[in-house]
Design a protein around this ligand. Structure first.
Ligand code: FMN
Length: 150
């Protein structure tokens, strides 16, 4: 497994060297500031690999829908970094966090009308240039602005 791939060229080198798993990652953005986001690199890496190795991706995966997006873009699986630490900080609830992620992913598949991730593809992805409206207080994703709870 080779981790830290974010270009077609490096993916092809990895394949040349016979790796089993090409792992798309910018190491959580903790190394080179402003490096390309993993999900942005994922499509060209999947295209370069052409099924000759498994493709994993990590970087910012927090919700079941995040996982669904990665699978739709061609990843075979996703990795988690900080989520493990967040769960550890929340009374060590790593198992519960993983259960919730799996459940969210399962529900997302159902709501997308498919039985498994294998049925997802890029047609399920809609690209937006910018956030189209502010998130509301009761949104599942109220992360984009600070909210005050009385
Ligand atoms: C505290 C910490 C230490 C890490 N150390 C390494 C490391 O030594 N080598 C490495 O390849 N990635 C390292 N990473 C990156 C993770 O392996 C992983 O790529 C990244 O955290 C995924 O993004 P996420 O945290 O948004 O899920 C580290 C991440 C964190 C949070």
């Amino acid at each position: 497994m080779l981790k830290g791939i974010s270009t077609r060229e490096d993916a092809l080198l990895a394949i040349e060297h016979g790796v089993d798993v090409v792992y798309v990652s910018n190491h959580g953005g903790r190394q080179l500031d402003h490096s390309i986001a993993s999900t942005s690199a994922l499509v060209e890496v999947v295209d370069a690999v052409k099924g000759r190795a498994k493709v994993l991706v990590d970087g910012g995966f927090c919700r079941g829908t995040d996982i669904a997006k990665a699978i739709a873009l061609g990843a075979d699986g996703v990795g988690l970094g900080r989520m493990m630490y967040f769960a550890l900080a929340a009374a060590g609830a790593v198992e519960r966090m993983l259960e919730r992620l799996v459940e969210e992913y399962r529900v997302a598949l159902g709501l997308l009308g498919v039985h498994s991730g294998a049925q997802l593809n890029q047609s399920y992805i809609h690209h937006v240039e910018a956030i189209q409206h502010e998130t509301a207080l009761l949104s599942a994703f109220p992360l984009l602005k600070e909210v005050e709870l009385d």
